[in-house]
Design a protein around this ligand. Structure first.
Ligand code: T4K
Length: 367
């Protein structure tokens, strides 16, 4: 078993060389413009859109507000039900609740780990106003099926695409599905601006409303046209994003190689299962599913003693958070997977030989 000298965490931010960020920072220092939709935010929006293959992106201060603003921009009736997945980060659920909607959980496909489209229609009631699925770990949902259900029932579809930067489906950006996609540029994400988020709307009127919502409700003429908030991205965050964006193709390719190596070493272990991913998954995380929670605890504890800090994303299943959804029924598939899943370290600066050694440790531990 390999013990590592320094701790290895589940992730580390991908960071462009400091000198490249500095070039952008110098522009801020020269102009004094630090925020309020400055030139670097506008440039980041353009370059991110170009790289992603979408027309426009609204840059915001984090992925959570990206979801909240998306829900607001659609002018959905408050108190309405939003169908969502229980297998996600708490931000998906809290955004729904914070905006005054009632979450209703649709259990997952235990193989793809995404909301199971075949469970959606049975959950729709006269109170349903939207569907909010998550592309879990960058693995695209069955967007064709979900969008078709949305159209059939007159429901808005908002994708929580926090993990889905760089994913294409049927030759186009994943962000082109649904009414709106909300992504995250948090430090732990494939593309990071330190903190940050992006919103991509299919309809240009919604894009306009999102820009008003993030800036206190002001329109371009500086008239207050709605109840907005402050969700602006700063010029410093945009600088980091612009510098990092240049490395995105290399980062995604690197993730795929490391994901492939983990899979190659671990796939023969009968006590492990893996997320069933589409070819277009961005491989941003490497989750392993153990055959029991006991085995997960055993491996997690042993890895910690070897200085490897894996993470239980997403545990527990969010429907079990009693403080925020006290009356939610059980979601057996999500709860079961959440109890048995562990994400192994995966990031750009993690050497291939370390990936190999961690995988071999895990293989030996599961037996
Ligand atoms: N929807 C979904 C499906 C999401 O997963 C998320 C966020 C959102 C919406 C909301 O997006 P944001 O509002 O966050 O933009 C992370 C992130 O805070 C969060 O962005 C992410 N998902 C969630 C799954 O995980 P933790 O609990 O992993 O953070 P932490 O501090 O334990 O970091 C993990 C490891 O990363 C550390 O061991 C070391 C490393 N790290 C972390 C940070 C923050 C660094 O090296 N540098 C850093 O600055 O939360």
């Amino acid at each position: 078993m390999t013990k590592f000298e320094k701790p290895i965490y589940v992730t580390m931010p991908s960071l462009a060389p400091l000198a490249e960020v500095d070039e952008y920072l110098k522009q801020i220092w020269a102009s004094g413009i630090m925020t309020h939709n400055g030139p670097l935010v506008q440039r980041f929006e353009k370059e991110f859109s170009l790289w992603s293959g979408v027309e426009k992106t609204v840059a915001v201060c984090n992925g959570t507000l990206a979801i909240q603003l998306a829900l607001r921009a659609l002018k959905l009736p408050r108190g309405g039900e939003i169908l969502t997945t229980p297998f996600t980060f708490i931000a998906t659920l809290s955004s729904i609740l914070y905006e005054g909607f009632v979450p209703k959980f649709v259990d997952i496909d235990p193989e793809t780990l995404n909301m199971d489209p075949s469970n959606i229609e049975g959950a729709i009631t006269e109170k349903t106003v939207a569907i909010l699925p998550v592309h879990v770990f960058g693995n695209p949902c069955d967007v064709e099926a979900i969008d078709a259900i949305g159209r059939r029932h007159g429901l808005k579809v908002v994708y929580d695409a926090a993990h889905a930067v760089g994913v294409n489906v049927n030759g186009r950006s994943i962000f082109m599905y649904g009414d709106i996609s909300a992504t995250s540029f948090h430090a732990t994400k494939l593309l990071n601006t330190s903190e940050g988020g992006g919103i991509i709307a299919r309809d240009s009127a919604i894009d306009e409303r999102l820009r008003e919502l993030r800036f206190f409700g002001y329109n371009a003429a500086k008239d207050v046209v709605c109840i907005g908030t402050n969700a602006k991205m700063t010029e410093v965050n945009a600088s980091i994003g612009l510098a990092n964006l240049k490395y995105m193709d290399a980062i995604v390719a690197d993730r795929r190689r490391k994901y492939g190596l983990y899979k190659e070493i671990l796939s023969a272990s009968p006590r492990l299962a893996f997320q069933k991913t589409a070819a277009s998954c961005n491989c941003s995380y490497f989750p392993v599913i153990f055959d029991s929670e006991e085995m997960l605890h055993k491996v997690d504890a042993a890895l910690k003693s070897l200085n490897v800090f894996a993470r239980r994303y997403f545990w527990p299943s969010v429907n079990t958070y009693r403080a925020v959804c006290p009356d939610s029924p059980k979601c057996p598939l999500s709860e079961d997977i959440a109890n048995r899943i562990l994400c192994l370290p995966l990031y750009y600066t993690l050497p291939m030989e370390t990936v190999k050694a961690i995988a071999e440790n895990v293989k030996e531990l599961v037996g």
